[in-house]
Ligand binder design. Structure first.
Ligand code: KE4
Length: 427
């Protein structure tokens, strides 16, 4: 496969941007390749600057549940753009998106729109600290809530990929305010609350972890978090930046009926443009300025362009059988891959839920951070490189998840399954 143009352009990128990228996980370091420079996304496909075509399972890390350049989303963005891209003032579209989100999340009386998942999570934590008057938070090993200082401790996603789960530059005083527990291990949470309970403002959790590969909560784990936070008067924050509108027209909280105090969203609600959100019960959200005294702001928050993309996308997700169709495609593919593993006497595991899945190159059952660390990342890198050559674009990290979009056809699924089988022959 000729990727010469990507290589040339990436050299230039490295002159002007650290690592040649604007987000580390795109750097392809862990899979030992030069990143592809993408020219176009269309439906389920990505095209690089050498016009190589790939079936895309990254989908911009989750936002593109409708696939690339969905005609109705593009039309809505173009129409909005003709009326201006940002007013720095209230607009009707932000009200419409806020209403759509609150109607889809019963635990949300009110929502504040921001520009990224990081902004959403950092603002939700600030709000929880103000509301409770406490400073400490609990996060989980391998979970990722964006790059705000308080979260860069034993974090997942690009940090886990780079093997640097705790970032330099975070002041010790802040690190001490973040307690790290084990996902799917309630005892580790109980221990933290016994030690610091009265000082814990919030527990923030990805209710389905998707930044150390996909890990679903064991029965009782989320219920236990809800119970212990209530007991100690701490807030429970569900970080649904990935799972929001991905696992259903709502979130994990909709599927489990477990109501967090605050929810963070991103990705899908922006339809591919930069949007994040945090929301919850009125008595908490009314502490946010200018209603309350907890400050948070943003020049481009609620801009009409991003709102148009988000509104159009969410309305498409309300179509009957949307999520059932998506799950059907993803499960068809993962069933085929599971049988390929077996046919090659590989006891590797696949975790899946709805249109999300992860292949884990380990013989162990993967249910927490430790078991994820047993993965053979070199083997994943080899698998990745061969699959890319075959025209299938998986996430360039063992610790990210694959996404299926509405644009993925049965042909895409069959081709992917066949190419995975051939790659397993090779490696
Ligand atoms: P952003 O600031 O990247 O919009 O969102 C941060 C964030 C918050 N919470 C969860 C659960 C997330 O998954 C993310 C971001 N996800 C990663 C991929 N797993 C973004 C990809 C990247 O960093 O380039």
């Amino acid at each position: 496969m000729d990727t010469s143009k990507s290589e040339q352009l990436f050299k230039k990128a490295q002159q002007y941007m650290p690592g040649g990228v604007n987000s580390p996980v795109r750097a392809f370091k862990s899979v030992g390749l030069t990143p592809l420079i993408i020219k176009k996304g269309q439906g389920s496909k990505l095209y690089d600057v050498n016009d190589n075509e790939f079936i895309d399972y990254v989908c911009s890390w989750g936002p593109l549940i409708l696939g690339h350049s969905h005609p109705e989303v593009i039309d809505a963005v173009c129409t909005a753009a003709r009326e201006g891209t940002s007013y720095g003032a209230c607009c009707e579209k932000e009200i419409e998106l806020a209403q759509l989100i609150c109607e889809a999340f019963p635990a949300m009386d009110k929502v504040r729109l921001v520009n990224s998942g990081t902004e959403a999570a950092m603002s939700a934590v600030r709000l929880a600290r103000a509301y409770t008057g406490r400073d400490k938070i609990i996060k989980f090993e391998g979970c990722y809530h964006g790059h705000a200082d308080s979260f860069l401790i034993k974090a997942g996603s690009g940090m886990l990929t780079a093997g640097v789960p705790t970032s330099p530059g975070v002041p010790k005083a802040l690190v001490e305010q973040t307690l790290v527990c084990k996902f799917n291990d309630l005892d580790s949470v109980k221990k933290a609350f016994m030690q610091s309970g009265p000082n814990i403002a919030a527990v923030i959790v990805e209710p389905i972890a998707a930044n150390m590969g996909l890990i679903t909560p064991r029965p009782g784990f989320l219920e236990g978090l809800r119970e212990i936070t209530r007991l100690y008067g701490s807030l429970l924050i569900f970080d649904e930046v990935i799972t929001g509108f991905r696992v259903c027209y709502g979130g994990v909280q909709t599927l489990t009926q477990i109501e967090p105090d605050l929810t963070t969203l991103g990705k899908i609600i922006g339809g591919g443009l930069p949007v994040g959100a945090y929301g919850g019960k009125r008595e908490i959200m009314d502490r946010v300025a200018p209603e309350g005294d907890v400050y948070q702001a943003g020049t481009l928050s609620g801009n009409p362009l991003a709102m148009a993309a988000g509104i159009t996308s969410l309305k498409k997700l309300r179509e009957p059988e949307f999520y059932e169709r998506l799950k059907g495609m993803a499960y068809h593919l993962t069933d085929r891959m599971q049988s390929s593993f077996k046919a090659h006497n590989l006891n590797y595991s696949i975790n899946r839920t709805g249109s999300l899945f992860s292949l884990f190159f380990t013989e162990q059952e993967v249910f927490d951070y430790e078991s994820v660390l047993s993965c053979d990342t070199q083997k994943y890198a080899l698998f990745y490189r061969e699959l890319l050559q075959a025209g299938v674009y998986f996430p360039p990290s063992q610790f990210e998840v694959c996404f299926v979009s509405e644009a993925h056809s049965l042909n895409d699924i069959e081709k992917t399954a066949e190419e995975v089988d051939k790659v397993l022959d090779k490696i």
